[in-house]
Design a protein around this ligand. Structure first.
Ligand SMILES: Nc1ncnc2c1ncn2[C@@H]1O[C@H](COP(=O)(O)OP(=O)(O)OP(=O)(O)O)[C@@H](O)[C@H]1O
Ligand SMILES: [Mg+2]
Length: 451
């Protein structure tokens, strides 16, 4: 049994909550304005609070901040009809315990509430930790209403102001950089957000990009150069495609993460960095650790907080919202005026596998919008390639005259790799990802089959 304060101006919804809580043997109290809530809170502190965002005399987040400023304070669960993810991030950052979107299911509420009560009891037994960071919120939008995206936004809100590294994983085009920027924008850090692509540079250049170099340290080093760690100061360094980093650089990175120290290439003076490190990869680092291609200690250091972005295929319920959002973005950038997607086109989009995820969605919509002659995108404008899955072997005879089931494994492999390379236009990185093999393995097979 717990005392639960409901701060909600919608009488019907508030009454529903009251009945539901009474059913569960809790004692509900209600306030329909912030003023009333403040009065009740001055009289007695409940065990948990259910809080709406839009109230007649202000926002739920206003009182959330006041509540969270006290330590210890009861867990606050925001229940709101506002579909803006920025609010979820902001609320979690202000110290909300959880965030539920209306319409909500009763079971979800029960679980959330009992978890909140339990963790509140535990936190009182240990020491109360409150997150009272106040952010100015304005970020590159994270669009999506799927549970996985909401979870990600909540995590961003909870960890943005911390110093621990964050590992962001997900297939290509799923929004890893978007999440990295959101983490920086909500961190309260004054320094820069600097992204660096670890796969785009040769090892020695990457080292000098990251750590800087002294004059004369190698041919071409005519002047001393500051690396990203210095430039970022106390900002955020985003190491993109980290899986491609060489062993010796992994060791240097581990050292900066452990104690913030590093040297410029060719330098003897030990430098210090306060940069927050965010790392992204579309590789499976755990498998790479197993295969000896990635340092285990570095993996554990980076993996303290892990955000995994689902593929678009795994959150197709977000397709309508993403499409709407991207169309307005494209219209603004390309000066187009596309408003509709034709029914046939939409059906095609729903069936398609989207191997390139949101980036592919954006590219395909951009091309269609630019080519469109009316305000509607039709199926022919989408020009969606056949998904690999639909290019079945049954329908494609592989070698003339011989049914596929009579091919040897090598022949099948040869044909399959060829197909994937054609599909990715010989983008070996993407081909490796689809095939689930490493780059050297792919190169060996290309040589073997003389592709
Ligand atoms: N949730 C989202 N809401 C809105 N736009 C998104 C979202 N996720 C990704 N995008 C858009 O999709 C594109 C790809 O995102 P991003 O560059 O962050 O992907 P990535 O995971 O870093 O991909 P890669 O591994 O290929 O570098 C960007 O234009 C980004 O703005
Ligand atoms: Mg990226």
């Amino acid at each position: 049994m717990a005392n639960v304060l409901i701060i909600e101006d919608d009488e019907v919804f508030s009454e529903l909550l009251v009945m539901h809580l009474e059913d569960r043997n809790h004692v509900p109290h209600t306030a329909s304005t912030l003023k009333q809530a403040r009065q009740l809170l001055a009289e007695s502190i409940p065990d948990a609070i259910l809080l709406d965002q839009q109230l007649p005399d202000g926002f739920g987040t206003d009182i959330l901040k006041e509540i969270a400023d006290h330590s210890p304070h009861p867990p606050v669960i925001m229940i709101t009809g506002v579909s803006d993810n920025t609010l979820a991030i902001q609320a979690m950052g202000l110290g909300a315990h959880d965030f539920i979107r209306k319409p909500m299911d009763e079971l979800g509420l029960d679980t959330t509430l009992s978890n909140a009560l339990k963790s509140h009891r535990l936190s009182r037994q240990v020491s109360a930790i409150t997150n009272t960071q106040d952010y100015q919120v304005d970020i590159g939008q994270i669009v999506g209403r799927s549970p996985s995206i909401l979870e990600i936004c909540k995590t961003i809100g909870s960890v943005a102001s911390r110093n621990a590294p964050v590992l962001i994983t997900g297939k290509s085009g799923t929004g890893k950089e978007v999440v990295a920027r959101a983490l920086h924008n909500h961190s309260g850090r004054t320094g820069l957000f600097l992204p660096i692509n670890c796969s785009a540079l040769a090892e020695n250049l990457l080292e000098s990009e990251l750590f800087g170099h002294e004059k004369g340290s190698f041919t071409g080093a005519i002047v001393r150069k500051e690396g990203k760690f210095e430039q970022t100061a106390d900002g955020t360094l985003f190491l993109d495609e980290l899986g491609e980093m060489s062993a010796s650089l992994q060791a240097k990175l581990l050292r900066v993460i452990q104690d913030g120290s590093f040297e410029r290439v060719g330098g003897t003076q030990t430098m210090r960095s306060n940069a927050r490190i965010l790392a992204a990869t579309n590789r499976d680092l755990k498998i790479m650790v197993g295969a000896g291609h990635f340092r285990e200690d570095l993996f554990y250091r980076l993996n303290v907080v892990h955000i995994h972005l689902p593929s678009l295929r795994e959150r197709m319920e977000d397709l309508p919202l993403l499409t709407e959002y991207l169309l307005s973005k494209i219209n603004a950038l390309q000066h187009t005026a596309v408003k509709h997607i034709a029914e046939t086109a939409w059906r095609r989009m729903k069936e398609y596998q989207w191997p390139g995820n949101i980036r592919e969605l954006e590219n395909i919509l951009t091309r269609a919008a630019v080519l469109a002659r009316s305000d509607t995108i039709t199926a022919d404008l989408l020009a969606l390639p056949d998904s690999i899955e639909t290019k079945g072997f049954e329908t494609n005879k592989i070698i003339d005259g011989i049914p596929p089931q009579l091919l040897s494994l090598d022949e099948l492999e040869n044909e399959h790799i060829k197909k994937i390379l054609e599909y990715t236009h010989w983008h070996k990185g993407k081909a490796c990802e689809i095939l689930g093999i490493s780059r050297p393995a792919l190169d060996r097979k290309i040589t073997k089959y003389e592709l």
